[in-house]
Write a protein of this length. Structure first.
Length: 139
């Protein structure tokens, strides 16, 4: 069985840095969406004293929901990019996508992903290892 192709450590770290920012932004955006939904349906929902305020939260919800959707799509694309650069299996890709769906989970998922990236780069061969070894052989 041939040895696995080496990872490009620089590309993987760059991809992870983008994913890290997207994870944090997605986590915040999802928390904002949850807060808006709570205000719309729980605090000011239904009929009664707060009907005009409920209309305000409905408008806020209609404005924020597509913004959050766009943020999540960017998160998905950057997660896919990281997944490709790290050459992980499909379950890891699905897990990355799942991290952005449950409020607060993206923050924990980012930390977990950081550990996986670091451990994989430490134990798997990289192009930079080969370049460094080639430089030593010539020197």
């Amino acid at each position: 069985m041939p040895a696995p192709r080496p990872l490009d450590e620089v590309a993987a770290r760059t991809s992870f840095a983008r994913f890290r920012v997207a994870s944090i932004v997605e986590g915040i955006a999802l928390l904002v969406l949850v807060a808006i939904m709570i205000m719309r349906y729980v605090v000011f929902g239904g009929e009664g004293l707060f009907t005009s305020t409920s209309d305000t939260w409905t408008q806020i919800s209609k404005a924020w929901s597509p913004i959050h959707g766009l943020i999540y799509m960017v998160y998905v694309v950057l997660g896919f990019d990281l997944w490709m650069k790290m050459r992980w299996g499909l379950p890891r890709m699905l897990l990355l996508m799942f991290f952005g769906v449950i409020p607060v989970l993206s923050f924990f998922g980012e930390r977990w992903t950081h550990q996986k990236v670091e451990s994989d780069l430490a134990r798997r061969p990289t192009l930079q290892d080969e370049a460094h070894a080639g430089g030593e052989a010539r020197g």
